[in-house]
Design a protein around this ligand. Structure first.
Ligand SMILES: Cc1cc2nc3c(=O)[nH]c(=O)nc-3n(C[C@H](O)[C@H](O)[C@H](O)COP(=O)(O)O)c2cc1C
Length: 136
């Protein structure tokens, strides 16, 4: 099992339709590949955490990296994990956050993972909080 976390920027203006299409695709494919995690879309930036089987996550990240819808992809975390953080929390659903109301859910999630003693939890909270604070 491994987790990868990255940030990136929109490469061009994406319409609501473009975003909806991306979200649908992400949800559908991640379910098939048993990839869990979250995607935050804020002020033309993406922040994503992916977790799953090592090979699957690496393969997916290679695809995502060259996707023309975004640019300036920076990998913030690439680590082996003992178990999934997101599956337990969210029964395997891939979460996408865009609006303030869903951000609240994100903070509930932070409280939840603080109590799970998986190694990258603190790191992930720090990275996510930095991302949100830089993109208010
Ligand atoms: C910001 C961003 C996040 C993405 N996240 C995922 C993802 O979590 N899972 C996924 O399957 N594709 C994701 N994609 C789409 C992939 O880059 C790629 O288009 C897709 O995996 C192609 O799949 P295919 O080769 O099976 O058609 C993402 C794309 C962008 C721009």
């Amino acid at each position: 099992m491994k987790a990868i976390c990255y940030i990136s920027n929109f490469s061009k203006d994406l319409s609501k339709n473009d975003i909806d299409e991306l979200i649908n695709d992400v949800n559908k494919k991640n379910k098939i590949h048993d990839v869990t995690g979250l995607l935050i879309i804020k002020n033309k930036h993406f922040f994503q955490i992916l977790e799953g089987e090592e090979e699957k996550v690496d393969e997916l990240y290679e695809k995502i990296k060259v996707d023309s819808r975004h640019t300036g992809v920076i990998r913030l975390l690439d680590t082996k994990i003992e178990g999934r953080i997101f599956k337990d929390y969210n029964s395997g659903k891939f979460d996408v956050f865009q609006r303030f109301t869903s951000m609240k859910k994100l903070y509930l999630y932070f409280n939840w993972i603080k109590n799970a003693d998986y190694l990258p939890a603190d790191e992930l909270i720090k990275l996510t909080t930095n991302f949100l604070n830089n993109n208010k």
